[in-house]
Design a protein around this ligand. Structure first.
Ligand code: ARG
Length: 289
């Protein structure tokens, strides 16, 4: 309902001024209101509708929990920080935690974050123990067989971390080397496919793979770019290779066939993108270079 109203308003603004559609600047839209009476009428109608829709939503969801399964070992998307309080009151913070908090708020639900092994997230959704998986989770064909994904909210790159003196300069040099990964991640899947199972060492957390690299147990780590940057900045003697390994997109996972929740998430995500709130969350955790 809320979404529909927003679309209608946008359509009206666009019809009034074509340039408003392209630019999307808020002043343009405001100035383009065709006549004050209509604009006011619309606003009043919108307010009424919005309140009614929100009450309806809140009533239906009242007291309901939105259980988010994640693996909080993946800064800046989800990690433990005892100096901060996450959206569910725990010390789990990060981009995904805040996005899920905003979605729960939008749906009038209470967010509960469960920190589990990354490769347990999909089974938890399938068994109904968790409602959403928000874990910097990449959309892949294989995962789409077992869960549904929301619209994407971030792009990511799989990158290679090596020690400073390493002779490895790009993906081609990884043949016959031992690659450390977080178990069950796309880094694991790609590395195993490309270089063979026997050349991949799997760890429960990404940071464990990074420790193994520092200890000389593996020759390189393949992991998502944002946590990679954090791990390299926190540990001396490591560097990130320029050559990207693979590009991918993050989305929120739900139980296969749960279209009602999926639609609600997509509606909330669209609002967060539209209002700039999503960008604000990202900017809080990732400083622009
Ligand atoms: N993007 C990668 C994947 O989907 C890694 C995600 C790991 N996330 C985490 N919270 N540990 O496989």
């Amino acid at each position: 309902m809320k979404k529909k109203v927003l679309c209608l308003l946008m359509a009206a603004a666009c019809a009034a001024s074509l340039s408003a559609c392209g630019g999307g600047a808020s002043e343009t839209t405001a100035a383009a209101a065709p006549d004050a009476t209509t604009a006011e009428g619309n606003t009043a109608a919108k307010a009424e509708d919005t309140t009614a829709a929100e009450e309806e939503k809140a009533d239906a969801a009242e007291g309901k929990q939105l259980i988010m399964a994640t693996n909080a070992e993946f800064p800046p998307y989800e990690y433990h920080d005892s100096s901060m309080t996450g959206p569910d009151g725990s010390d789990i913070v990060g981009i995904d935690a805040e996005i899920a908090g905003a979605i729960a708020e939008n749906l009038g639900m209470e967010l509960v974050i469960e920190d589990i092994a990354f490769d347990s997230i999909i089974p938890e959704l399938q068994s109904g123990k968790a409602d959403i998986g928000a874990a910097g989770m990449t959309v892949t064909e294989d995962r789409l067989v077992n869960v549904d994904f929301s619209d994407t909210y971030a792009t990511a790159v799989q990158v290679i971390i090596v020690t400073e003196g390493s002779e490895i300069a790009g993906p081609d040099d990884l043949a016959e080397k031992i690659i450390g990964v977080q178990q069950g991640t796309t880094g694991d899947i790609y590395a195993s496919d490309d270089f063979g199972d026997e050349n991949v060492d799997r760890y429960p957390k990404g940071v464990d793979a990074v420790q193994a690299l520092l200890q000389g147990k593996v020759d390189a780590v393949i992991i998502d770019n944002e946590p990679a940057k954090v791990f390299v900045s926190e540990n001396e003697g490591l560097k990130l290779l320029d050559a990207a390994y693979a590009e991918e997109e993050y989305a929120i996972a739900v139980k296969k066939g749960n279209t009602e929740l999926l639609d609600q998430i997509n509606g909330a995500l669209a609002e967060l993108k539209e209002s700039g709130a999503l960008d604000e969350i990202v900017a809080k955790y990732i400083s622009a270079e």
